[in-house]
Design a protein around this ligand. Structure first.
Ligand SMILES: [Zn+2]
Length: 308
């Protein structure tokens, strides 16, 4: 009996200490809101990678906080936020101003994810990590580049890529794994091909009982430096083909791409085109495949011309 009482008392203490901690943590996270007094303009003169534009509400708890040319997405929760991509290093000010404009505090960003290890999408990750203390989760194939800030020799654009600041607090996310933060669950879509460690990310958002599957696709562009050949032994043609098939088969209602123009995300967020389209991912996949086939055909032609 004595043991039972002690045990219950212990269980009670445990329940209070474990139970009360998340409530305190939850209360301290500030959820985003549309600020009426924001001075940021939605205008975009070009698709400049660091050209500022006002933040937009995307759907549910997701927000667009990127620039005119490069997408950066915030997924908010009372237990902390997830940031996907950062834009280039020189877009840090524009992106952090957008976050500020919707009331997001840097310290509430707990997890940073990324599409791929190129400076235009993840060049600012080091600074966001430093300011927020967030954990940065990347696929194994992107780990070394993110840790060192140096291009991967396997990368199709290896000879042309600019270095970026090395990133701290990196953790590997397994291919296809779901990253969780509070009630948020964001699933990885392995998308090697444009870069060795490319990732798409997908999650569900609901508003007034209407749920949409959001897909932030990685680039499917088969572009490279002057030397690289997708068709060479060990080249990334097969990986890119698999990534294209994967994104084409992913349930997809709202598509976001790293470069805004590839999915017209800003126009769609501004009501100039439909935000929701069940075929957007399939169309992106079809275009990616068409471009890859053209690229491989060109490579075959040039190798035929090259004297042995
Ligand atoms: Zn890239």
């Amino acid at each position: 009996m004595k043991f039972k009482l002690n045990c219950m008392a212990f269980a009670g203490t445990l329940l209070v200490s474990v139970g009360s901690f998340p409530i305190t943590a939850q209360a301290s996270v500030q959820m985003p809101t549309i600020s009426k007094d924001s001075t940021l303009s939605k205008e975009c003169k070009s698709d400049g990678w660091n050209e500022p534009t006002a933040p937009r509400h995307l759907y549910g708890n997701s927000w667009y906080v990127g620039t005119c040319g490069i997408s950066v997405i915030l997924i908010a929760s009372p237990q902390g936020h997830i940031l996907i991509d950062s834009g280039p290093a020189n877009a840090y000010e524009a992106v952090s101003k957008s976050l500020q404009a919707i009331g997001v505090r840097m310290k509430d960003i707990r997890t940073i994810l990324m599409t791929h290890e190129h400076h235009d999408h993840s060049g600012g990750v080091a600074q966001f990590q430093k300011e927020s203390g967030a954990v940065v989760r990347v696929r194994k194939d992107a780990f070394q580049s993110m840790r060192t800030g140096k291009a991967d020799p396997r990368d199709p654009q290896f000879r042309e890529l600019a270095p970026f600041a090395p990133v701290a607090n990196l953790k590997i996310v397994s291919d296809g794994a779901t990253v969780k933060l509070g009630k948020l669950a964001v699933r990885n879509i392995p998308m090697s091909g444009h870069a060795p460690g490319g990732s798409g990310w997908t999650w569900k958002e609901c508003e007034n009982g209407v749920c949409n599957q959001i897909v932030f696709s990685d680039s499917l562009g088969s572009i490279s430096d002057d030397v690289y050949r997708y068709s060479a032994k060990g080249g990334m043609a097969a990986s890119l083909r698999a990534s294209i098939a994967r994104i084409g088969a992913t349930p997809c209602d709202i598509l976001i791409t790293g470069h805004t123009g590839a999915s017209d995300i800003l126009e769609r967020l501004d009501g100039k085109a439909a935000l929701v389209s069940k075929v957007a991912c399939q169309q992106l996949a079809e275009l990616g495949l068409k471009n890859l086939e053209l690229r491989l055909q060109k490579e075959a032609e040039t190798s035929a011309e090259t004297p042995k």
